[in-house]
Design a protein around this ligand. Sequence first.
Ligand code: SF4
Length: 347
Amino acid sequence: MQDFSLSIRLWFRQNSRTLPWRETKDPYLIWLSEIILQQTRVDQGRAYYEKFVKHYPKVQDLASASQENVLNDWQGLGYYSRARNLHYAAQQIVEEFDGFFPQTYKEIKSLKGVGDYTAAAIASFAFDLPYAVVDGNVYRVLSRYFADATPIDSTAGKKLFAAYAKELLSQEDPGEHNQAMMELGALVCKPKNPDCDNCPVQDSCEAYRKNEMLDYPVKSKKTKVRDRYFNYLVSGNTQFQFEKREGKGIWQNMYQFPLFETKVEKSMNDLNGDLQQEFGVSAVDRIASYTHILSHQKIHAIFWKVDKVISDNDRLLHVDIERVDEYPLPRLIHRFFEEHNPEYGGN
Ligand code: SF4
């Protein structure tokens, strides 16, 4: 399958985007970019990549940073477990590998938050090791190129597409091959409008031959999304009460207004009975509401103005508006400040 690889690599040399993490072979920087770019668009990820390189130029800098600072720098990117894993893995590199980035696929995969895809990306981009990457873009290219309707989210599909990717991989330049596959999926073999006329493998693409490009890739299961109703209690204009999210759920160790979660959306009257019992306060105004979609949950966040501060000084912090920035906040709390409190500067 050398022709396939050669075709996409020649195309890549002429058409790829210039991206800062493509200019380096430093595994630490490649790893940073790969973690940031998971579930993030390239144009948004670029600014975060630059910020992380500036704040943590070496893995030792990241390892010795506080988790609060790392989460703060991550703010706005979502999926915060990525930031926590990044921080943990930097400490693993310092402690288990004497500060040198591991150089084998197996060792790279032993880092927290690094799965098959990221390990193959780092191994091939930084060390030219022959591991094929399979991400969403690659699944799309492969399923169309082979016109294969095996569901990409099934166990059989994962095995099959990994085998296709391996079969096509260039042994000569696996790093460039992998970058070219991903770039082809991102720029040409796009989800809704594949630009087949400008595709370097159009001649041998099965889906193109049958004019069935949009029939692939096939997915088997629909993710079940859970609705959750977060009632946030806002007790002031220039000073707020914050609580820290504990436990294993979303936004772990981040800060928020005191939260009262309900199974359904409640009117102010219905809510007030519960709030009195639980917090000794009443909602007096509905300030804002946002819907925030995560992979398995739909968060309906409602911000209520309450009539007084909650008397629970052990658990709740009192934070002045000027100091809000010092706390890592979930994106939707951040958005609330941006849109509803002009005195808040934001970052
Ligand atoms: S010819 Fe079209 S469908 Fe086939 S790989 Fe290229 S862009 Fe994708």
